[in-house]
Design a protein around this ligand. Structure first.
Ligand code: SF4
Ligand code: MG
Length: 313
């Protein structure tokens, strides 16, 4: 496998009045071509911000993001290799699809960024029809408006819109979180099939560990803007190392657990007020110790699996 994306010491901060909010700190990770990297963590952990830096919606404050070996951002300008190469599907198809636009125009919209010659060559109408069918909708529905569709169907429209430019990479930000469980499974399966057929690479953002387990090859666990654990999906589920990952897994239905899985939960906030130097998880960690008032480094324990915690086995 070759590396499609590499984050090197990526930082993102926002200023809010007098305060600086550190949304992403020291993010280092790779996404291999043809794989799915899962980003998991609670809301506000920086997952979406990290995803937005990959689609041109947030400028990194520091560090480098490489895409196919070239910096994706140069002097605060977003440089994708070609228009439409990187696409996205957001959580809420209700708000991400313009209610006044017909489905065919919604799906074609990303093509407007391409020049007209490219567009003609692509045989729009035929592409539209075949894409509609591929995502499980009908050609007759192309003239309808978003409100005439169910939530799951709207997400299929958003997927078709992402695919119209033939992307290599798609950021999926909570793509099924707004859907009923049964519909969720259908959309996840569609995404899996499309990935295989079109040799896509995904960044899959979710707070749902079961969904992450189903979809991802690698997982990065984020807490307060930091990647606290990173590793192959199977290994991370079998042998989670960071206390926060363990807690996330404890909340899964027991069918996923091995018999001796520890049941863990968040600790009460610490009495000692942790400063900026402390481990990000200090305040809620059931294992916190004095040494944790100084943040642990992120260490790779094997070539692929690493985490940031002072606890050793
Ligand atoms: Fe918990 Fe300490 Fe590990 Fe942080 S370093 S996760 S506070 S045990
Ligand atoms: Mg989010």
């Amino acid at each position: 496998m070759s590396t499609l994306i590499q984050f090197e010491k990526v930082e993102k901060s926002f200023s809010k009045g007098k305060h600086v909010i550190q949304a992403v700190s020291d993010a280092n990770l790779r996404v291999e071509k043809g794989s799915v990297l899962g980003l998991v963590g609670e809301s506000g952990s920086g997952k979406s911000t990290l995803g937005k830096m990959l689609i041109g919606l947030e400028v990194p404050s520091d560090g480098i993001i490489h895409y196919q070996g070239n910096p994706l951002w140069k002097k605060n300008k977003f440089r994708r290799p070609r228009p439409g190469e990187i696409q996205t599907v957001f959580q809420d198809p209700q708000s991400s699809l313009d209610p006044r636009m017909r489905v065919k125009d919604i799906i074609l919209e990303p093509l407007l960024a391409l020049d007209s010659k490219q567009r003609k060559e692509k045989g729009e109408r035929l592409r539209l029809i075949s894409l509609m069918k591929r995502v499980g909708l009908k050609a007759e529905q192309l003239d309808r408006y978003p409100h005439e569709f169910s939530g799951g169907q709207r997400q299929r429209i958003a997927i078709a819109r992402a695919l119209i430019t033939d992307p290599s990479f798609i950021v999926l930000d909570e793509p099924t979180s707004a859907l009923d469980v049964s519909v969720q499974a259908q959309v996840l399966n569609l995404l899996k099939e499309l990935k295989r057929e079109r040799h896509l690479t995904y960044l899959f953002i979710s707070h749902n560990m079961s969904v992450i387990r189903y979809m991802c090859d690698q997982i990065a666990v984020m807490y307060k803007g930091r990647i606290v654990e990173l590793g192959p999906s199977a290994e991370l589920f079998e042998r989670p190392r960071h206390p926060y990952t363990k807690i996330l897994l404890s909340s899964l239905p027991s069918i996923f657990e091995s018999e001796d899985a520890e049941k863990l939960s968040f600790a009460q906030p610490a009495e000692v007020k942790a400063g900026n130097e402390a481990c990000v998880f200090y305040d809620r960690c059931p294992f916190r110790m004095e040494v944790c008032l100084k943040a642990p480094p992120f260490e790779n324990k094997t070539e692929e699996h690493g985490f940031a915690c002072h606890l050793q086995e």
